[in-house]
Ligand binder design. Structure first.
Ligand code: 3HC
Length: 311
């Protein structure tokens, strides 16, 4: 690509100008955005499954309505980000095909089981809490459609996080059995939530370039640390114990020191060997196949509309 175009593009980024779909952009910028945004959208869609498991099992009508609203929001987040990805010249069908054939990645966190109601609390509190940490800076991403899609998503994410924390609060202040259930959900969810932020900076393939292009505003480790620092006091407030014996406030750095993350587990889950990877993908494949008639009906209806219009 011509050096002067590349220089002008980087100058635009440095001036904090937004890149819009019709603007010239380096192939690599387009490629890494399609990569990250499609994985983000896939994560939203697959992310509905662990919680969907509890919609029919919610303990009260109120909890059912809240969970239903949250899962519905996630579907909307997925559609938002798929639409933003399509502005880069890739089709929805291609993205769906990449997910269903196992070619595409989605966040490792959604490959874990949700055996108890308390997992609905831990997911809202920790997973959506981590997502907020990651998505707020993305509101300032250099690519216009992605940044704009994040603004509304972040607002809805705050409701997701609050409702999860409220579930954990009720359980932590309930009977001993409820408190134990909340503690077990925290034990299951804590470390996989830290892995959502990606590999450590030294092993991050894309961070340096993504930060130069202002797609990424903070490194994986910086966001992970922000999340830990914000979440430890919340766990203390609940009277629950974070399952990391090495977690300790460091007066000098003003951050919590923590134990080593099991990176091999993250890479295994990313490779498809997590506890629920096969089940999650099969659920998406089944949904796609069972939804074929809806797509056909919509296309037939549209065709009729077009024919009438052309007569
Ligand atoms: N799960 C799966 N894959 C992961 C991962 C994770 N937790 N962390 C990193 N990876 C992958 C990356 O995609 C990359 O693989 P690729 O080259 O095939 O794409 C590889 O591991 C190396 O990681 P990098 O740090 O170099 O990759 P990135 O610079 O893309 O950083 C990221 C990873 C921080 C997840 C970044 O992609 C990002 O910010 N994505 C947008 C946010 C997002 O997708 N969040 C996921 C959860 S969405 C969610 O929780 C919704 C909420 O409503 C519940």
């Amino acid at each position: 690509e011509p050096a002067d175009l590349l220089a002008e593009f980087q100058a635009k980024i440095d001036r904090e100008e937004k890149i819009e779909p019709r603007d010239w952009m380096p192939m690599a910028y387009r490629k890494t955005l399609i990569r990250q945004m499609s994985q983000h959208a896939h994560s939203e869609i697959v992310g509905q499954l662990p919680e969907g498991n509890w919609i029919t099992r919610a303990p009260t009508l109120n909890r059912k309505m809240i969970l239903l609203a949250k899962v519905q929001d996630e579907a909307g987040h997925g559609l938002y980000i798929y639409s933003a990805t399509e502005t880069l010249g890739v089709s929805r069908d291609q993205l769906t095909d990449e997910l269903l054939t196992g070619k595409a990645k989605y966040s490792s966190i959604f490959n874990y089981p949700t055996p108890s109601w308390a997992d609905m609390g831990a997911i809202g509190w920790l997973v959506d809490g981590a997502a907020i940490m990651n998505q707020v800076p993305l509101c300032r991403c250099s690519y216009g459609p992605y940044a704009r899609s994040m603004v509304r998503i972040c607002k809805e994410e705050s409701f997701h996080q609050r409702q999860g924390y409220e579930i954990m609060t009720v359980l932590a202040r309930g009977t001993q059995a409820q408190k134990d259930m909340a503690q077990r959900a925290l034990n299951r969810t804590w470390w996989p939530s830290l892995m959502m932020f990606g590999p450590s900076d030294k092993n991050s393939t894309h961070s340096a370039q993504s930060m130069k292009w202002k797609i990424k505003r903070f490194s994986n480790d910086e966001l992970r640390q922000k999340f830990i620092d914000a979440t430890v006091p919340q766990a203390e407030h609940l009277g629950l114990t974070i399952p990391d014996p090495d977690l300790k406030w460091n007066e000098e750095t003003g951050h919590y020191d923590h134990g080593e993350i099991n990176w091999d587990e993250l890479f295994q889950v990313i490779k498809g060997n997590g506890p629920c990877n096969k089940e999650r993908l099969q659920a998406r494949i089944d949904a796609h196949e069972n939804g074929e008639w809806v797509r056909e009906a919509a296309q037939t209806y549209q065709q009729k509309q077009n024919n009438q219009h052309n007569e």
